[in-house]
Design a protein around this ligand. Structure first.
Ligand code: ADP
Ligand code: F6P
Length: 470
């Protein structure tokens, strides 16, 4: 049998075309999706259908590392109503436990449908006969059914990088039937955690009265398979970076720049209200006020990369975070010694590895998160088995990284207590925990994720073998 070719369909292309001479480079944008897929696709020829990140006609882009880039154009109106509107002000909050109020506008739904159709059409044009088309994330949930309509010969996979909400939340959606129909066009729907497959099965049974288990939903004469495939990182890449002498030297220098504190606590987040940044700052500020954490002993480094900056909730969040960082530094900082080292810049992979090396504790405490790859990157970078991971129970990563210091980020006292515990735990115990997490990630890295998903989607096994070969 001829091996199937692969088309990835995602809202964003993984490229940065902003480099001065017009050249294109792989971009490691701050976001889990590109971080996950980037290390895989360099290995095998594939096509990536996505948006180039700015409005206007689609720029024509060269192949990059053997990956063909197919651009889907979005107008200002599409970006406002599809990306900023329905995707990030309706679906994003709804799928994250409605920690902020989702907004519903009929105009946004129209744009979502229109843009999904455009992505489906682009995928239908470029897919070889019987190709595997792998649709990614919440921006494109109508694409599976739209694509099936045009190209019944292709195998359609869908993977949701964010949580799938319980039915009682999903039922709020004014266009819930159309959304579920869109998803059910796939042959295989992958989620981050088993709870999501369960939520989805319950929803299909409740809304459409379909025979549904956590593994399979019957739609007419078709079976739609579902499963949990927790996404991961390129463990080897991060470990190799962390072992480089320049990275080790940079980490040493940064520790000096921080004033050689006894402890460094690090958080690396997109500036997003799901990440629990405000709750963490509040807990930290109370520890400073109680005198249980002292500025000359402990440095907190908060990296918060601005994200979705035209969406109202994100603007409000950034203002609040910056006000709080200013207040904490004003109240507890000393001359030349801020209490919170606050950075909103992008870092390259080597710099991130150095940051992870500096950190005695990584605090990843989202209120809800599909996975949280930052937590996994930290573990991968701790090549000497030191360091402590403070991890929210509500991150997908908590299902796997059970040796982390798990915490409920809504419980401020628990957050304070667990951070102190992480800071005070003897090195021997930290080593046991870190070793267990590293050993898990070695066998559950990004290639294992792709292998598991693609083997389930393409029963020939050929595609998975090619994509994940050494
Ligand atoms: P999300 O997908 O919600 O953004 P994840 O934690 O799963 O959250 O993934 C975030 C990804 O973005 C990680 O790979 C992380 O290294 C990267 N990242 C976060 N902040 C920055 C930054 N300031 N510069 C570069 N990369 C970043
Ligand atoms: O899964 C979370 C996600 O939406 C990814 O699709 C993306 O990688 C990341 O967050 C960053 O979001 P955006 O593309 O809106 O900058």
């Amino acid at each position: 049998m001829r091996p199937r070719s692969l088309v990835v369909v995602a809202n964003r292309l993984p490229i940065d075309d902003s480099v001065p001479d017009g050249a294109c480079e792989w971009r490691r944008s701050p976001g889990g999706l590109v971080s996950a897929l980037h290390p895989l696709l360099r290995r095998q020829p594939a096509t990536w259908v996505g948006w180039a990140g700015r409005s206007g006609p689609a720029p024509s882009l060269p192949d990059i590392d053997g990956v063909r880039m197919v651009t889907v154009p979005l107008s200002d109106e599409d970006i406002r109503d599809h990306y900023e509107g329905f995707a990030n002000a309706t679906l994003w909050p709804l799928y994250h436990d409605a920690v902020e109020q989702p907004t519903y506008h009929r105009r946004w739904w129209e744009a979502y449908r229109r843009v999904n159709q455009r992505f489906a059409d682009a995928a239908a044009e470029v897919a070889d006969p019987e190709a595997v088309v792998w649709v990614q994330d919440y921006h494109l949930q109508l694409v599976p059914a739209m694509l099936r309509e045009r190209r019944p010969d292709v195998r359609i996979g869908f993977f949701l990088h964010v949580p799938f909400p319980p039915p009682e939340l999903f039922m709020q959606l004014p266009r819930r039937d159309a959304l579920l129909t869109g998803l059910l066009g796939a042959d295989l729907i992958g989620f981050q955690r088993p709870q999501a497959t369960h939520n989805f099965a319950q929803l299909a049974a409740r809304l459409f009265d379909l025979p549904a288990t956590d593994e399979r939903i019957t739609v007419g004469d078709r079976a739609v398979r579902t499963g949990a495939f927790p996404v991961s990182i390129d463990m080897a890449e991060m470990a190799t970076l962390a072992n480089q002498s320049e990275v080790i030297e940079r980490a040493r220098r940064w520790r000096g720049d921080l004033g050689h504190p006894r402890h460094v606590v690090l958080s690396v987040d997109r500036m997003d209200y799901t990440k629990g940044i405000e709750q963490r700052l509040k807990a930290y500020s109370e520890l400073l006020a109680d005198g249980r954490v002292k500025v000359h002993e402990t440095a907190l480094v908060q990296v918060a990369m601005p994200s979705r900056e035209r969406v109202g909730h994100y603007q409000v969040l950034r203002d609040r975070v910056e006000r709080e960082v200013g207040r904490i530094n004003g109240e507890f900082g000393r001359v030349g010694e801020p209490a919170v080292h606050y950075l909103t810049q992008p870092f390259n992979r080597a710099e991130l590895a150095a940051l992870y090396r500096v950190a005695d504790v990584l605090a990843a405490t989202p209120l809800r998160d599909g996975m949280n790859l930052v937590a996994k990157e930290y573990v991968a970078a701790r090549v000497d088995d030191t360091g402590a991971l403070l991890l929210s129970e509500f991150a997908g990563a908590a299902v796997e990284l059970t040796h982390a210091f798990l915490v409920n980020p809504h419980d401020l006292d628990g957050l304070k207590r667990t951070l102190l515990t992480a800071l005070q735990t003897p090195p021997a115990e930290l080593r046991i925990r870190m070793r267990a997490m590293r050993s898990h990630l070695r066998t559950h890295d990004i290639r294992a994720w792709a292998r598991a998903y693609l083997t389930a989607l393409d029963e020939t096994g050929g595609l998975a073998a090619r994509l994940t070969a050494d």
